[in-house]
Ligand binder design. Structure first.
Ligand code: ADP
Ligand code: GLC
Length: 510
């Protein structure tokens, strides 16, 4: 992928300048789909004519991999770090310009972006992510880089939420702000006693500001102070305004009314393409899918130590192991799957009790259940390529990417009818099958029994080769390109700029 790094050609309109602010970006730092989005959306916006840059914390993997880094400005001591600098380089592969904050005391350490190697949240996450927001706001005010300032600052998830509060608290800022919720379950909550670290007027520490049930909420900073709020599917946009899915913030979201938009994620269709994928056993497209998937299925069965049989559905699962993802439903539905001659491969890591449960399932059903408790990008491609079905039984799912990867690879998704899953899969019913629209199987209740029902329906279709082939081709033909979503973001940016010009969001009334 090589985006046209659009500058303003003579006679052309000046491109909209957009700064994306996030804690993760694939392939440098990734804990979930956020990183994929932050990697793929900027090139799509650039291809659509925008002038886009990224801002990320200088985590070790960022500082090592960002190409041609140069110092833009020394920022001195900030948020407890003795030495902070703003650097600018380029993303490997895409060449998208990327600022990173070099603050060794806060960012240069082992472990993950949010947690240490034992899975404990870093004790100074407030300072680490307040710094990210503070730099974003001052860059947006045109105070840090004499050569570039954005028209729109687009912050992702709680890690970047403070950027919106700092923009609101800094009146010279011209840039509009957009905040995207990728997952409302993770909110960035901190003790009130730490509020003074943020350097904001005490008026921000009120229910109209960052205060959330006696804590400081970075998620709320984004929701309250951004000129426009988005989330990653229309379905999840509706759900987060409800008590059931609002994680206590549904009132705040309803309060933003029509400022809240759902824009579905795309996927990087050049990276997730079975015809060009360098790591799968046999490449294929819709014409060669039967032979290609048969070879990939055999290779996957061998890799996971399963019986190499062609019949019966091989179900794949690539996931963080958390309660969100509904993996207990899979354990409950496993006997029914095995009884229908199915097999399961699970790739994922996280919750130790889920890890142990899947390890036990593997031992109990050797040859039929294979488990790899690892994080491995290449393996995820092989799972998509070899699986007949991909299970995504999430309790909630803001968008979800694996059901889209699955469809590209001719693996039919079995998903719960929730959030972005309901927006990206067409359930097989007599009507959708007759209209050649069906791409997967959906179920409603968050129960093993309901998942079992969907698995039975999938097994019934699997033994009807004509219908199976039809669904597989339909799924593979779906476009999940970023082109459409990028256009939607561009019009939202214009809306945010107009809203800010009409009435900037400022410090809460005292
Ligand atoms: P979430 O962001 O909630 O985890 P998504 O479906 O949006 O869910 O994105 C998950 C991303 O992480 C996908 O790109 C998926 O392939 C990847 N992923 C999850 N677990 C693993 C793993 N164990 N190894 C490799 N990739 C993984
Ligand atoms: C979050 C959500 C997931 C979404 C991803 C990218 O991690 O859990 O549903 O696809 O962000 O937006």
């Amino acid at each position: 992928m090589s985006p046209a790094l659009a500058g303003a050609a003579p006679g052309q309109p000046v491109p909209l300048k957009v700064l994306h602010v996030a804690a993760e970006v694939f392939p440098l730092v990734k804990t979930g789909g956020l990183a994929d989005v932050v990697a793929a959306l900027p090139p799509a916006l650039i291809a659509a004519g925008a002038d886009v840059r990224l801002l990320v914390p200088g985590l070790p993997q960022m500082a090592q991999a960002i190409e041609q880094p140069r110092r833009v400005l020394d920022l001195g001591a900030q948020f407890g770090a003795g030495r902070v600098s703003l650097m600018l380089g380029r993303m490997p592969d895409t060449g998208v310009p990327v600022y990173f904050i070099d603050a060794p005391y806060l960012y240069r350490r082992g472990g993950g972006p949010y947690q240490d190697t034992r899975g404990q949240e870093w004790g100074d996450n407030l300072q680490r992510f307040a710094l990210l927001g503070w730099v974003a706001a001052h860059l947006s005010a045109g105070e840090l880089d004499p050569d570039w300032a954005p028209d729109v600052m687009h912050a992702h998830d709680w890690h970047a939420g403070m950027a919106c509060a700092y923009v609101a608290g800094h009146p010279p800022t011209q840039a509009a702000s957009v905040y995207t919720v990728h997952n409302l379950a993770y909110q960035g909550l901190f003790p009130t006693a730490d509020f003074p670290w943020l350097g904001l007027s005490s008026r921000f520490m009120s229910p109209a500001g960052l205060e959330f049930h006696g804590q400081v909420s970075f998620m709320k900073a984004g929701l309250k102070f951004a000129d426009r709020v988005t989330t990653v599917s229309p379905g999840y946009a509706r759900e987060i305004a409800t008590l059931e899915h609002g994680f206590g913030l549904d009132g705040v979201i309803r309060g933003r009314g029509t400022d809240v938009h759902g824009i579905i994620n795309g996927i990087d269709e050049s990276l997730w393409n079975p015809l060009t994928d360098p790591g799968i056993a046999q490449r294929f497209d819709a014409e060669t899918v039967s032979a290609g998937k048969a070879a990939c299925k055999r290779a996957l069965q061998q890799e996971f130590g399963l019986d190499t049989k062609a019949a019966g559905p091989l179900c794949g699962l690539v996931s963080r192991l958390t309660s969100q993802k509904g993996l207990d439903l899979v354990l409950a539905a496993l006997p029914a799957l095995l009884q229908r001659g199915g097999q399961l491969v699970l790739q994922g890591n996280g919750d130790p009790s889920l890890e142990a449960a899947f390890r036990m399932a593997q031992q109990a059903h050797a040859g039929h259940v294979g488990v790899k408790l690892v994080y491995d990008e290449d393996l995820a491609h092989r799972v998509m390529a070899g699986a007949d079905l991909v299970l995504v039984p999430s309790r909630f799912e803001p968008c979800g990417l694996t059901q889209m990867y699955a469809q590209r690879y001719g693996a039919l998704p079995v998903v719960r009818r929730v959030g972005g899953l309901a927006d990206t899969v067409v359930d097989a019913t007599p009507e959708t099958l007759a209209a050649d629209q069906a791409t997967g199987f959906m179920f409603d209740a968050a129960s093993g029994h309901a998942l079992e029902g969907a698995i039975h329906r999938a097994c019934d279709v699997l033994v009807e080769p004509v219908t199976w082939q039809q669904m597989r081709r339909r799924a593979m033909a779906c476009s999940f390109s970023w082109e459409g979503p990028a256009q939607q973001y561009l019009s939202l940016y214009r809306e945010a700029i107009a809203a800010r010009a009409a009435q900037p969001r400022g410090v809460p009334e005292g």
